[in-house]
Design a protein. Structure first.
Length: 120
């Protein structure tokens, strides 16, 4: 008798619960799945909305950073451009010398009135 009392307190209730869950699973799982489907769709919908918002915020931050970089480049190139302009105007101010093209073209500075002789 003592053995039966020990078995009813130990592993027999566990086995009975397992058998009950196994028998009830085909009924419970589809019902549970149908109940959880709207919740899963809502979670996915929220995730998509959050992803779209993150993309939008990233694009805005990228644009602002690009504008900032362009502004810094323009400011750092401004002193160099001013120096080129002042050296170009100084060369033009010298009598007998014409300035080279600022775009880096093929023209070169020649004494005023003289041009490069081209072979025929």
């Amino acid at each position: 008798m003592a053995i039966l009392k020990d078995m009813s307190k130990g592993w027999i209730p566990g086995i009975m619960v397992g058998v009950g869950v196994t028998l009830a699973a085909p009924i419970i799982i589809p019902a549970l799945g149908a109940a959880l489907r709207p919740l899963a769709k809502s979670v996915i919908r929220s995730g998509i909305a959050i992803g779209d918002k993150v993309k939008e915020m990233t694009a805005e931050a990228r644009e602002q950073l690009s504008d900032l970089v362009a502004e810094v480049r323009a400011e750092s190139l401004a002193p160099a451009a001013a120096a080129v302009q002042s050296s170009g105007s100084a060369a033009a101010a010298q009598p007998g010398v014409s300035a080279a093209t600022p775009t880096g073209g093929e023209e070169e500075a020649y004494p005023a009135g003289k041009t490069e002789e081209k072979p025929e």
